[in-house]
Ligand binder design. Sequence first.
Ligand code: 3PG
Length: 207
Amino acid sequence: MNAAELLARCPVVPVVVLDDVAQAVPLGRALLAGGIDVVEVTLRTAAGLDGIRALSALPGLVVGAGSVLLPDQVDRVVAAGARFVVSPGVSRAVLARAAEHGVPALPGVATATDLMAATELGLTDVKFFPAGLLGGPDAIRALAAPFGGVSFLPSGGVSPETMADYLALPEVPAVSGSWMAAPALLRDARWDAVTERSATAIATARG
Ligand code: 3PG
């Protein structure tokens, strides 16, 4: 699966910060029950890597790693089962290592200079981060204009209320955000709420 196929697979990608690896499998089942089959698990917590390993065992779920900053982390997440890599910015070293492993990588862009760096490397799919602070859908529309054929995954400040405005742009095949798997829901094992938020997000995306 390349990056474009990944973004076409699921219009809403939950960003997950795991406090405890025991949350991983019930979370994955709750997301799948709500119709979400792509998930990004960040390396922001110690449980992230084991969480990727645990979630990767769930049939039908495509698990990626987020907050990937260094090439060594690419080796570790791929060994744990990650099938894609997301970074907050553009790192040539991270992108090269992901390419060596044959996994798609979505670098974060915030400026036209970032986009030029990404397109120079042959990429056509990027994360737009932090989307809300950068100006939301209007910022993507303006930034995308000179870069024909680039697709954006907005992340950071995307909400159930704003997601449809992003998805209305032809350059935005999918959005991502943490609300479907908010840390408080995971801590309190509110798996029904994860499923409900996921199903609502999928319905909004399709609506
Ligand atoms: C990300 O890593 O893309 C963001 O932390 C997700 O942002 P959100 O918590 O505002 O949804």
